[in-house]
Design a protein around this ligand. Sequence first.
Ligand code: HEM
Ligand code: NAG
Ligand code: NAG
Ligand code: NAG
Ligand code: NAG
Length: 325
Amino acid sequence: MAIQKHIALILQLLLIALVFEFANGSGLKLGFYKKTCPRAEAIVKRATANYIYRAPSLAASLLRVHFHDCFVRGCDGSVLINSTKNNQAEKDGPPNLSLRGFQVIDAAKTAVEAACPGVVSCADILALVARDAIHQIKGPFWQVPLGRRDGRVSKASESLTLPAPFANITQLKAQFASKGLSVKDLVVLSGGHTVGTSHCSTIATRLYNFTGKGDTDPSLDPKYIPQLKSICFPTDETTLLAMDPGSVRSFDEHYYTTVLKRRGLFQSDAALLNDKKTSAYVKLQAQSHGSTFFNDFQVSMIKMGKIGVLTGKAGEIRKHCAVIN
Ligand code: HEM
Ligand SMILES: *[C@@H]1O[C@H](CO)[C@@H](O)[C@H](O)[C@H]1NC(C)=O
Ligand SMILES: *[C@@H]1O[C@H](CO)[C@@H](O)[C@H](O)[C@H]1NC(C)=O
Ligand SMILES: *[C@@H]1O[C@H](CO)[C@@H](O)[C@H](O)[C@H]1NC(C)=O
Ligand SMILES: *[C@@H]1O[C@H](CO)[C@@H](O)[C@H](O)[C@H]1NC(C)=O
């Protein structure tokens, strides 16, 4: 009797461990393609470098594409799928605001397919391209555990579950927690906004009509507002703003100084000052010139890259990243 109970307990523990492993994306591993496509990482790196060298601004967007992929249905390459007659894909959901750089993924995939057809997933290629692009613009380097498989579903409506630029700290923490990411991951990954640009339309409300009375967002530095207004007129849909003016194209810790000065572009950036833990992190990185930011970013990116991944025999290895096989 006692032995049976023991066995039942051990089985239960094993089951819990197994579920935990999957939830953690531990089905992924370093060097996953060592035997099946040994040059995969080198090929992706070379293809990425060719583009980023000519168009460094693509690095920011590629990081964002990876983030969007992971937050919608897990890191399964679903963000890369093109819409079809019968399906409006994630790419065409409202929060896409100019996702760019799909040609880089396609070029990397084409080059990898030439070396080892049907082996390396688009989800893995995206994770590698984002890493290589950020490293190339002076950001940190992290080892990407591999073995993701590609999903077969991509729906525009699901992209609405991405955090919104007007989200408050409570919503942001909840949205990150729902992906298994901590409050620290939230403040660290928000540091991705140290590179790249935003459309004026994303912050028009903050500048011109915050509570519907023609007012501005009081959480934005009042001295910064005239500067932003001189760039963005109220109905401006096309002009781009630097997320972290002065160092848009090089990945550094300066974002935290910008946020601390209450010059973060989005309410979601400003919101990081409304929680003890996140505001302490913002201050620390601003004051210590990002002493731990690069290291923290590597850790959080690896974690983000494991959200909801498909492994083993799940999903497929897409032949073309924009099309389900
Ligand atoms: C915390 C919640 C987040 C919100 C609400 C958010 C929202 C946004 C929005 C609205 C834009 C600009 C879209 C536009 O107007 O063109 C943007 C840009 C960007 N986001 Fe985020 N984001 C978040 C987290 C992240 C994370 C976790 C990363 C990556 C680690 C990231 C990386 C970027 C980058 C690099 C850009 C610039 C893209 C470019 O230059 O094309 N964001 N984000
Ligand atoms: C996917 O859509 C893009 C943009 O519309 C297009 O350039 C590309 O050729 C499409 N890819 C495929 C494989 O249909
Ligand atoms: C974003 O979505 C809109 C439709 O909401 C679509 O017209 C546009 O082409 C999409 N942009 C990208 C880069 O996919
Ligand atoms: C955050 O937004 C939600 C939804 O709009 C709202 O219910 C909540 O009260 C807000 N929380 C804070 C701290 O502002
Ligand atoms: C400001 O917002 C209010 C309420 O949503 C709206 O009625 C008004 O037309 C807006 N004003 C402008 C200039 O967009």
